[in-house]
Design a protein around this ligand. Structure first.
Ligand code: GTP
Length: 424
């Protein structure tokens, strides 16, 4: 399932070429988009972007046709779409540039594996997904909950457990203070009584993060822009989100704004084809141009939700952070209040580094929500507590697996219950 979301190995030498290609002359620098061209020339960030991306992306892909020149071709350039699978009438409304590829909504349903009914309920899958974190917590907390007297030594032991569970100093201090307060109020004496005090304190800390994404009817199209480091799970999450919104009766359009990793565009296109979702992509061009075209197409077609993919980038790559700010600005040229949601996708495996990512992306873009992905592959579930204490941005969704149903709105109580088991 979702095999097509898996990364492809880079087999083409062209990417290599792109990375060493000398700076292009001023005259061929990339304009912002059709919208920004002539009005707001951007610095030559794109060339550096290509180089940086190639150098930094853990796994970067390119196609044989994608050369540096392709990447810097402006959106408005006269270039026929190589994968124009739509008919004239289907694209007529989309004010996209000519090299825009529109994968239209198909009328024939292709049953995919992802359509199969889930075998486990969400609570059970969440528990299964968080098993690594839960087992680690259970092992570490065994001696704390072991029934010994509650004293300073026990608090110290609890502090160590929380810190080693990736909760970070701030969250650990908050939780300890809350647990102490409960112990005093309830007159708890034994370590085994600490379990519920800790669960309550953790729930209290995480609860403010539980702010499900609501899509107001008057915000149409509602634009969600994805951001994150390489491989965090942006493209996969877009596929899952599209399905999630579709199941709520919303129409969805995808913008293949990750123009650096060719496989990301292919992922979205394949996903769109299988699930009857329109995908706006370009063979070449920049991310801002694709997203602008997608938003224009969504407006023309009366689409409810636009999900805009962007390329992975490290927050330390300042020029790439400038580039993603540009995507946001260009979206605003099409719809001043867009993007309505700026969503950072975080790979839970990075542990405490997630905080740095959140702070940096938030400072640059003004995040409105998070997706914490890959919680199933890690024992670092405590990272959510660290986020709550340090930069409490709403966790809209969490991912606990690769299947389409493994991305769900964050529920603090269910999360705590899955992380710390009740006594048998
Ligand atoms: N186990 C697990 N794997 C996931 C989850 N979310 C995403 N993945 C996997 O993570 C890998 C990377 O996901 P992508 O969606 O390609 O990541 P990306 O952020 O778009 O990557 P870039 O375009 O390189 O920035 C894929 O193999 C996904 O299947 C999750 O919740 N759990």
């Amino acid at each position: 399932m979702f095999g097509f979301f898996k990364r492809k190995k880079n087999t083409e030498p062209e990417q290599e070429q792109a990375s060493v290609n000398p700076a292009q002359p001023e005259s061929v620098e990339q304009p912002d988009t059709a919208a920004e061209t002539h009005t707001q020339p951007e610095p030559a960030a794109t060339h550096q972007s290509v180089e940086e991306h190639t150098a930094n992306a853990a796994v970067s892909e390119s196609t044989a046709t994608e050369t540096t020149e392709d990447i810097i071709v402006p959106a408005a350039v006269d270039e026929p779409a190589a994968i124009a699978t739509s008919t004239e009438s289907e694209v007529v409304q989309a004010p996209a540039s000519e090299n825009t590829i529109v994968i239209p909504v198909e009328t024939t349903e292709t049953p995919s594996e992802t359509d199969k009914p889930a075998r486990l309920g969400w609570a059970a899958r969440l528990k299964q997904g968080l098993s690594k974190s839960r087992n680690q917590m259970a092992k570490s907390l065994a001696s704390v909950f072991g029934g010994g007297k509650i004293d300073e030594d026990l608090y110290e032991e609890l502090e160590t457990v929380l810190l080693t569970s990736d909760m970070g100093i701030e969250a650990t201090e908050k939780l300890l203070a809350q647990v102490r307060q409960r112990v005093t109020l309830k007159g708890l004496k034994n370590g085994n009584e600490l379990r519920s005090a800790l669960k309550e304190a953790l729930y209290e800390l995480l609860q403010p993060l539980q702010q499900p994404l609501s899509i107001p009817a008057d915000k149409k199209p509602f634009v969600i822009m994805m951001a994150g480091v390489n491989g965090a799970g942006k493209t996969t999450s877009i596929g899952k989100l599209a399905k999630y919104f579709q199941s709520q009766g919303k129409s969805v359009l995808l913008a293949a704004g990750d123009t650096f990793r060719a496989a990301a565009r292919e992922q979205l296109q394949q996903w769109g084809e299988r699930n009857n979702v329109t995908v706006i992509a370009q063979e070449s061009g920049d991310s801002a141009a694709v997203c602008f075209d997608a938003l224009e197409a969504a407006k023309a077609r009366g689409i409810d939700i636009v999900l805009a993919d962007t390329a992975g980038r490290l927050p330390t790559q300042l020029h790439l952070m400038e580039e993603i700010k540009k995507v946001k600005r260009v979206l605003q040229k099409s719809l001043p209040e867009a993007p309505h949601e700026v969503m950072l996708v975080l790979d839970a495996n990075v542990g405490q580094n997630a905080i740095n990512q959140v702070v940096a992306f938030d400072d640059s873009l003004g995040l409105t929500g998070l997706i914490v992905s890959k919680l199933d592959g890690t024992a670092k579930g405590g990272i959510l507590a660290a986020l709550a204490a340090k930069r409490p941005i709403p966790v809209r969704f969490i991912g606990v697996g690769e299947s389409i149903d493994d991305l769900r709105p964050f529920d603090a109580k269910a999360f705590v219950d899955a992380l710390i088991e009740d006594e048998e």
